[in-house]
Design a protein around this ligand. Structure first.
Ligand code: PBG
Length: 324
């Protein structure tokens, strides 16, 4: 008890603080989201995500070379699908020569040691901007699962190490796992967005991919923002269905969920510091209202402290540049 116990004693010097620090961050803690677009030599800034770019495959390869030199060796790929290729069934999603499949193959050919995770969901491919097939104004679960399984197989055949279903259909992890097993891809993994909330923080991402829902919202499949126990249920289902890694999303507003999952399961957890969080930090720091560098370090460590094994973050390159 005070004055024998003085907690400030452990904070007296930086060396001591570093010595006893419980959580820190390295390049191994990041998964880098990348947006791929059709074309050559294209580098387009995303309007609501300042200094973040969509790139054609040739420039994505250059970017990956840079990431690799910083020790950032895991990427999460999203493809922007051209408007005329969209339909209700996401037919383009299973095209072996689609943009995503070509991007995966090009990256794997050039950088075999880069770990590739690919987004699996219909929304960028859907004429309705929804993550599933639409019938009579409803998002149909099981038909969507069949497509997601085929989509996953095509990504794995192109060279993806992990598929990352972000759609929130029930049973899709099982459909995907069964398909991959049937086709002999025993070591191809699934990172499942198990607890993905119907959040307002995805706005800039939908701008980037032009994937806003054409009608309604995503509340019949993404989770209700008020729920906590339900996240445990979602994760349990996905673990039983064969998920290898669990994703919790979005990030900073859902650290309690990360900790719940960490305390209840022995499975790697990924957190996603999503586009809206990026936009908020960027705009506040641009106005001089917060210190960007300190804020991105602080939020990154917060994910680790909450219990995440790694973080999907648009700040990965900035953080690593800062600390190396
Ligand atoms: C879509 C998907 C979304 C994100 C990742 N995959 C948006 C959505 O569900 O509408 C969001 C990522 C971000 O905001 O950074 N399946």
């Amino acid at each position: 008890m005070y004055p024998i116990n003085r907690n400030r004693r452990l904070r007296t010097t930086e060396t001591l603080r570093n010595l006893i620090r419980e959580n820190s961050i390295t390049a191994n803690d990041f998964l880098v989201p990348l947006f791929v677009v059709e074309g050559k030599n294209i580098k387009q800034e995303i309007q609501s995500m300042p200094n973040y770019f969509k790139m054609s495959i040739d420039l994505i390869l250059k970017e990956i070379k840079l990431l690799h030199s910083l020790g950032l060796k895991s990427v999460l790929l999203f493809a922007q699908v051209e408007e005329n290729l969209k339909d209700n069934y996401g037919t383009e999603a299973i095209n072996k020569n689609g943009l995503m499949q070509r991007a995966i193959k090009s990256i794997k050919d050039k950088f075999p040691d880069i770990l590739i995770m690919s987004d699996v969901a219909l929304d960028p491919y859907s004429s309705y901007g929804h993550d599933g097939v639409v019938e009579n104004g409803l998002i149909v679960n099981d038909i969507t699962n069949d497509i997601l399984a085929k989509m996953s197989l095509s990504h794995v055949e192109a060279g993806a190490d992990f598929v990352a279903p972000s759609d929130m259909m029930d049973g899709r992890v099982k459909s995907i796992r069964m398909m991959l097993e049937k086709e002999g891809h025993h070591n191809s993994g699934i990172m499942s967005y198990s607890a993905k909330y119907a959040s307002s923080f995805y706005g800039p991402f939908r701008d980037a991919l032009d994937s806003k829902p054409g009608f309604g919202d995503k509340k019949t499949y993404q989770m209700d923002i008020g729920n906590r126990e339900e996240a445990i249920n979602e994760v349990r289902n996905d673990v039983e269905e064969g998920a290898d890694i669990i994703m919790i999303k979005p990030g900073i507003s859902y650290l309690d969920i990360i900790r719940d999952i960490k305390n209840n399961f022995n499975i790697p957890i990924s957190a996603y510091q999503v586009s809206g969080e990026y936009a908020m930090i960027k705009s506040a720091s641009k106005n001089g209202w917060i210190d960007e560098n300190q804020t991105i370090l602080e939020t990154s460590i917060a994910f680790k402290r909450a219990g995440a094994s790694f973080i999907a973050s648009y700040f990965a390159k900035d953080v690593i540049t800062l600390i190396s």
